[in-house]
Design a protein around this ligand. Structure first.
Ligand code: SF4
Ligand code: SF4
Length: 482
């Protein structure tokens, strides 16, 4: 018989057998102050897979701002200038409906995914978890050591050694936060503008530098101090997931049927004797709690704080290996899977979500495929009324904005539709809208007064390019009241 695995005593508020776990936060003490967590470094097959995936995802995250398609960023979300580039295609504020549906698609997709597989996103893909657990935490393990060494260092008096270690760690954290801040800005303003800010004289980019430093401060605060609190208190997804999960959702779960009645391992007690004594496979070692980056005890059931990072699976599998018991006391499983041994099934609720997703997908494709290449906005010039020409006709002044969503220049002509009159572009009459640019011009429309005898006249203007109508815009012509 193997000896019991080494047990690290959890701090009092993290004792796994507390029944009032829903009444307190694992990260706060009785006075409401912050209880700092020192999660033990995970080891195991899931952790190794997460490391590999993290390297891949971080590589993609840092590479994407440098990738251009048709000369445009692969992904740029400039919310300040309201200019977006997705897969090299430029989207304008006029495409807001498209972006709104894309966001709805994204959130519906996440809902379906969460209903089926829980918070897989949080544990494996979320940038917060990637940076926190796979970059900052690993640097901390490298500099300060594992959980026990970190605790000892925190409790030790301030010596030159401790000051040096802390300074080195926080200097690295700050430098990394600066890099992440640059990365974020690259996604907002594009890599070209970011390089201009970084390489040019700082005096010429004070605003950009101020943003860089502000974001650096925010990231440093999150990764050095705030940590798991971001997932527990700030992330809306963590809160919302509890409304989506049900008994068929597959998530990181403790098999209480196999694990209970939990009890420490008695010397020379065989598994058969243990079962005869009514004891389960959980030896109450606390290893699953000791590795948890949010400080919870998964044996209490699914909890809002759990980011499904799988660290407790690895920890418990390690214990089961040592005890020569089957792995999977903590594993990916649904409540029905644990209670009744049911395999994963596609529930009616998931079916409804999937139907909504299909409708949104269809709408999105329709809008993308029918999206006009040139979009015109036709507005009467602000403050301008009407004028009379020497031959008695009436003239209104309009401001026209034309957005070219293609990468090539588009020559544009304007025609009155179904109404006699004259339309003339002020300035150069050969209106050419450069690729992926916005052109603005003024237009005069001249109509006979007889057309306005019933009040302001509503009519259409056709936007043409090389004889092909691109769009029809509706507008109004005003004249004298009598
Ligand atoms: S579930 Fe596994 S890791 Fe957690 S206390 Fe029980 S035996 Fe230990
Ligand atoms: S309970 Fe397990 S899966 Fe959930 S956050 Fe803690 S260690 Fe990760």
């Amino acid at each position: 018989m193997n000896a019991a695995p080494p047990v690290q005593e959890p701090p009092p508020s993290r004792k796994p057998d507390r029944k009032d776990f829903r009444d307190f936060l694992s990260t706060s003490d009785e006075q409401g102050g912050r209880r700092w967590l020192y999660p033990r470094k995970p080891r195991g097959r899931f952790y190794q897979r997460r490391i590999c995936l993290s390297w891949l995802l971080l590589g993609i995250l840092f590479a994407v701002p440098f990738i251009k398609i048709n000369g445009n960023p692969m992904l740029m979300l400039n919310v300040v200038a309201r200019r977006f580039s997705i897969l090299g295609r430029i989207f304008w504020p006029q495409d807001m409906a498209l972006l709104a549906i894309a966001l709805l698609l994204y959130f519906t997709g996440i809902m379906i995914f969460t209903a089926a597989y829980g918070r897989l996103w949080c544990g494996w893909v979320c940038p917060q978890t990637l940076f926190m657990e796979m970059v900052f935490r690993r640097i901390e393990y490298g500099i300060e050591g594992d959980s026990r060494a970190q605790r000892a260092l925190a409790a030790a008096p301030w010596t030159a050694r401790k000051t040096g270690i802390k300074l080195a760690k926080h200097a690295l954290f700050f430098g990394l936060s600066f890099v992440i801040s640059n990365l974020l800005l690259a996604y907002v303003i594009g890599i070209d503008q970011l390089l201009a800010i970084v390489t040019d004289s700082p005096a010429r980019h004070l605003e950009g530098l101020a943003y860089l430093l502000a974001f650096t401060g925010v990231f440093y605060a999150i990764f050095a101090r705030f940590r798991e609190q971001a997932c527990t208190f700030i992330c809306p997804y963590g809160r919302f997931q509890s409304t989506v999960l049900d008994e068929n959702t597959v998530a990181v779960a403790y098999d209480y049927k196999r694990g209970e009645q939990r009890a420490g391992l008695a010397r020379r007690q065989s598994p058969a004797q243990r079962r005869q004594d009514g004891k389960g496979d959980c030896v109450d070692c606390g290893c699953c709690v000791a590795v948890c980056p949010t400080g919870i005890d998964i044996r209490n059931g699914n909890q809002m704080e759990c980011v499904n990072c799988t660290a407790c699976i690895d920890a418990c599998d390690g214990v089961m290996d040592k005890l020569r018991r089957p792995r999977g006391l903590i594993r990916y499983a649904s409540l029905n899977g644990i209670e009744r041994g049911e395999p994963f099934r596609f529930t009616p609720r998931m079916g409804v979500y999937a139907a909504v997703l299909s409708v949104l997908m269809g709408l999105f494709l329709f809008l993308v495929l029918t999206r006009p290449n040139v979009e015109a906005t036709f507005l009467r010039a602000p403050g301008a009324l009407f004028e009379r020409t020497p031959d008695g006709n009436l003239v209104n002044l309009y401001t026209v904005q034309l957005v070219n969503k293609t990468s090539r220049p588009v020559p544009v002509q304007l025609r009155l539709e179904g109404i006699p009159g004259k339309i003339s572009i002020m300035g150069d009459p050969a209106l050419i809208v450069p690729g992926e640019q916005l052109a603005e011009t003024s237009v005069l429309i001249e109509l006979a007064p007889a057309l306005l005898k019933n009040g302001p006249k509503k009519f259409d203007v056709g936007v043409y390019s090389q004889g092909r109508r691109l769009q029809t815009v509706h507008t109004t012509f005003i004249g004298p009241r009598d």
